[in-house]
Design a protein around this ligand. Sequence first.
Ligand code: NAD
Length: 358
Amino acid sequence: MKKHILVIPGDGIGAEVTTWGKKSLEKIATLFGHEFTFDEALMGHVAIEATGAPLPDETLEKAKKSDAILFGAIGHIKYDNDPSAKVRPEQGLLKIRKELGLYANLRPIVLFDELLGASSLKPEILKGSDILFFRELTGDVYFGEKKRSEDRKTASDLMIYSYYEVERIAIKAYEAARNRKKILCSVDKANVLESSRLWREVVQEVAQRYPDVKTEHMFIDNAAMQLIKDPKKFDVVLTANLFGDILTDEASQIAGSMGMLASASVGDKVGFYEPIHGSAHDIAGKGIANPMASILSAALMLEISFGLKDEAKAIVNAVDKTLKQGYRTGDIADSSTPSTHKLGTDAIGKIIIDNLVK
Ligand code: NAD
């Protein structure tokens, strides 16, 4: 398979970890006989420094021409301490999401057995958890009309969805469910909210097109409880922007560390793959960031954008093997990890690439 991939390393540890995401794609190409070509572009603080814009036109053009994008992270401490700054790194990320129509945010919550001790939840509850969230990303109260009364003592945010917005993300979630355990849980608040009733109606209609997938509807309050009571019962979870925002943060605790979690934002065109973490000023430049979220983001790209399931699995297996060998970065090391097994970004990245086999 021939694919052209744009790499946007971004700021801070973004650049440090993306090196290893890219190396895993290169190794996959060699092992499985694919032809992946790469280009690189600027976004975030580095782009502002070089061009004055957080998302230079050149980056957007390259993004539109690529088959998939591997992104690191954006952010710099100088903007965090100056909320009034007019030009900001995150504007680049928001703009590229809008320009590329990335309405579906996928966040797989995969817990590696070796990291059972890294979570605050009991191992016996977590063991075997493997959830794929589909959070709608361009609608809901985030984009509905915002109002404040003249006396400024009353405020409202319009929760709004249209049929096509629900339908298109539901289709993506069902397609993914077909390639997993074929169980889809749609989360809403249809007992109270009209927009949720529309959500449920649309999901019920889309469900008829996927009779091989078992559909369950769950209210958000119940889902928040069930998620930590019995995470294993979930496979694909489909939900709206606000509910997804809250539920996925809750669910990230199932996997232990931010450094382990990959994400994909997809629309109708090019897919955008990134770790869930930011540029991590506190550890940037120290060579200790966990590269696994970027490596697992590369696996998501192979599976979701290119349909290369075996290749994606090979990457996940390489991460798993590395953890089984006892190797850890600082964020996932516990008191039982010998100091000889605690490694920096490049050392553990190299072991994962060595462990990557067909
Ligand atoms: P962060 O995700 O960068 O870091 C949070 C904590 O997790 C830090 O202690 C960090 O050291 C640790 N951490 C994160 N990733 C890690 C990894 N791979 N290995 C080991 N430890 C890791 O969040 P923050 O500190 O709130 O934000 C820092 C900057 O990142 C800010 O400028 C923020 O705006 C930006 N940010 C960007 C994105 C993005 O690009 N998608 C997302 C979140 C935050």
